[in-house]
Each structure stands twice: as structure tokens, then as C-alpha cells.
Design a protein around this ligand. Structure first.
Ligand code: GDP
Ligand code: ZN
Length: 354
């Protein structure tokens, strides 16, 4: 299927770095007259994936002229990472005909950006998905055992990026998800549960319509099974639970953009195998607080630089909790907020990646 775009980060990075090394600043002495025109005629399309410096870009999405073009990026963009979900401006041959090559001359400003976190083998955070507006977090009720802290990490990455989180708990035929879900009671988090033979494809599908949703989850939770249920043509391999040691680079990782087509409309599923966590290196606590609208309002009364943690002096949130103003539900939400802030936002990162 032509719109399945493989995304080979390693190849792309090699391409980037070697290009940069050879020509540190290619534009420095270039005469003005030789600069390319502004490309007002560029067509904007969705980057589906990248493979060895070649991007597949969907142009004319949902029109009679829809086609996927292969494009290289213009020289002046060689230092700009272009990733799945980017809205790319394409010029040149945009016919999409066999053997043709377009040229990406720009990227439309991104509405969101998710990075893969640095790990033991790779100190650099890498951009992996642009313009997603939802993150569907998949965990299993058992096998593997769910971990609230892992979900917290995803939640923080989503909230920090301004992406709406959704949670799916699979394998509820194996265990009752209620104890695990009690961790998230204070959050505005839509939760779906799924069991063998009872996958809520219609409900989850309806939540995907009109959105670009990144699917995340550790290996073995049933994410591929779910993706195949939602997008029958996806053909994601299932049952591969041997993640070896869980360390090191996943050579087979490839991000794919899949179109969900439901009765109520279409949406995009962006599946990111091999991404164990998203980068939390640059979390802005204000972004996390902003996701808790009513608490953010109260926090406007906080002293400047307030951490809003339980020990924060004169914190309006803690005072509202102590005076009973928040109520029980509000206190549960404050607990959730503080747990996220404490673990990932306010205190200097402890360097944990698990
Ligand atoms: P992924 O690694 O997250 O993509 O997980 P897979 O989709 O490959 O699923 C891992 C294993 O869990 C497979 O053997 C699936 O058949 C199984 N599985 C998926 N969903 C369920 C479920 O709801 N209940 C049970 N019992 N097993 C499931
Ligand atoms: Zn405060």
C-alpha cells in the first residue's frame, strides 16, 4: 500500500549528519540571486514516513487528486528534521507517478511535537511525530502487568506537548482493570477497556475521527492487535513479545501512518513500534498545570515560581485543598497533578528512563 510510509530514523540521521559535516554552512556565501524563489506554488501534504532520506508525502488528501509522492528535501532544509505527521510544502514533480521525485521546500509550523527520549545508547532526543493531537496509550490489565508510572510518563509527554491523552486497557479478560485505573481517577482521561473477543473498535474508532492519534505502549500489550482491529488493512505483526533485553536500539522500528476509515469519518493512526518512551527532558510544568483547567485558574493566586507541590509555601492549590474548597474530587485531581509534577516536571530530572 503506497501510503504506508516506513520511517527509518537511523538512515535519516546518517543522511543529516554526513551532509552537515561535509558542508558546514552551505548558504553562507551564496549570492542572493541564486536563492530559490519563495515557492508560492508549493502544495502542502502530510508526511507519511521517511526512508533513507526519501519522504512519502500524501497530497490532495481526501480529494479526487489524492496521491502519494516521493520527495527529497531541499538543500536548505538539510538540518531541519522532517518527520511523520509534518505538513510539508512540496514543489517539482508532484504527480506521484512511478519514478518521479518531488522536493520538500518547507514545513508548515507544527501544532505539536513528540520526541523520543534519549536512552543508554543515544543521548539525543529525536523528533518522531509532528502535529498529533491525541495520544492513545495502550496498557494491558495483565501480561504484562500494568505500571502506573509508565502511564504517567506518557501522560506527561502528551500534556506537555498539548496532545490529548486517551487510555486503552487491554486484556481485561485476564484481570480486573479497576485497581490499576484508580490511579487515574483525578484525570480528564477517557478510558476504554478491551478484552479478547470484545475489542471496542467502534468506540475507539469514533474517538479517532478527525484526529491524528499516536498509538503508544510497551511490547506485548496488544497494541498491534488493536491497530489491526481498527485498520483491517494494516497487517501489523502481532504476538512478538521478545523484546530481548529491552535495551539498545530497535533496528526494526518503523513509524507508520495508517488511515482509520469509520462510519463517521476518517482519522489517522500513527503507530510507533519500538518507542519505549517519549522524551521528558524539556517538560514545562505550566503545560501540565494547564491541562487541569480549574486548578490552573486557582493557581493564578500562587506566589511567583510556585511549584504547587504539597510542601510549596503559600500555594493557592494546597490552601484550597486544606480549606475544603476543592472538595473530594478536586483533591483527587490535585493529587494527580502533584504526582505528575513531582515525578517529571518540577524537580530536576532524576535521569530515570523506566
Ligand atoms: P503488541 O506487542 O502490543 O503489538 O501486542 P500484540 O498485539 O502483538 O499482542 C500480544 C499478545 O497479546 C498476542 O498474543 C495477542 O493475541 C494477545 N492479546 C491481545 N489482546 C488481548 C486481549 O484483549 N486479551 C488477551 N487475553 N490477549 C490479548
Ligand atoms: Zn501553587
Amino acid at each position: 500500500m503506497s501510503w504506508l510510509g516506513p520511517d527509518d530514523e537511523d538512515e535519516l540521521d546518517e543522511f543529516d549528519e554526513s551532509a552537515v559535516r561535509v558542508r558546514p554552512n552551505p548558504k553562507a556565501n551564496r549570492p542572493r540571486t541564486k536563492r530559490r524563489p519563495a515557492h508560492e506554488d508549493a502544495e502542502v501534504g502530510r508526511v507519511l514516513g521517511v526512508d533513507r532520506g526519501r519522504y512519502s508525502v500524501l497530497l490532495g488528501e481526501d480529494t479526487a487528486e489524492e496521491r502519494t509522492v516521493t520527495a527529497a528535501r531541499a538543500r536548505e532544509l538539510r538540518r531541519t528534521p522532517i518527520v511523520t505527521g509534518d505538513a510539508a510544502r512540496v514543489v517539482g514533480d508532484t504527480s506521484g507517478d512511478e519514478g518521479t521525485l518531488g522536493r520538500i521546500v518547507g514545513i508548515v509550523d507544527r501544532t505539536s511535537l513528540l520526541r523520543r527520549s534519549a536512552d543508554d545508547t543515544d543521548q539525543v532526543e529525536r523528533v518522531i511525530v509532528a502535529n498529533a493531537d491525541q495520544m492513545l496509550i495502550v496498557v494491558a490489565a495483565a501480561d504484562p502487568e500494568p505500571r502506573a508510572r509508565l502511564v504517567d510518563r506518557y501522560l506527561v509527554a502528551a500534556l506537555d506537548a498539548g496532545v490529548r491523552p486517551l487510555l486503552v486497557v487491554t486484556k481485561t479478560d485476564l484481570a480486573d482493570p479497576a485497581p490499576f485505573l484508580s490511579h487515574f481517577e483525578g484525570l480528564d482521561l477517557r478510558v476504554f477497556t478491551s478484552a479478547r473477543g470484545e475489542m471496542p473498535v467502534a468506540e475507539i474508532g469514533a474517538a479517532l475521527v478527525g484526529h491524528s492519534t499516536v498509538f503508544v505502549g510497551h511490547s506485548g500489550v496488544g497494541k498491534s492487535t488493536l491497530v489491526n482491529g481498527l485498520v483491517p488493512s494494516a497487517g501489523r505483526a502481532t504476538g512478538h513479545v521478545n523484546e530481548v533485553t529491552g535495551r539498545g536500539r530497535h533496528t526494526s522500528s518503523s513509524t507508520v501512518s495508517l488511515r482509520y476509515r469509520g462510519a463517521e469519518g476518517n482519522g489517522w493512526v500513527i503507530d510507533t513500534p519500538g518507542v519505549r518512551s517519549f522524551g521528558l527532558g524539556h517538560v514545562d510544568p505550566a503545560n501540565i498545570l494547564a491541562a487541569f483547567t480549574e486548578l490552573a485558574e486557582i493557581a493564578q493566586e500562587c506566589p511567583r515560581g510556585c511549584t504547587h507541590l504539597p510542601d510549596a509555601p503559600d500555594c493557592a492549590l494546597n490552601e484550597a485543598a486544606a480549606s475544603g474548597q476543592l472538595g473530594e474530587a478536586g483533591r483527587a485531581r490535585l493529587d494527580s497533578l502533584q504526582r505528575l509534577l513531582e515525578t517529571f516536571g518540577v524537580r530536576p530530572a532524576a535521569g530515570g528512563h523506566g
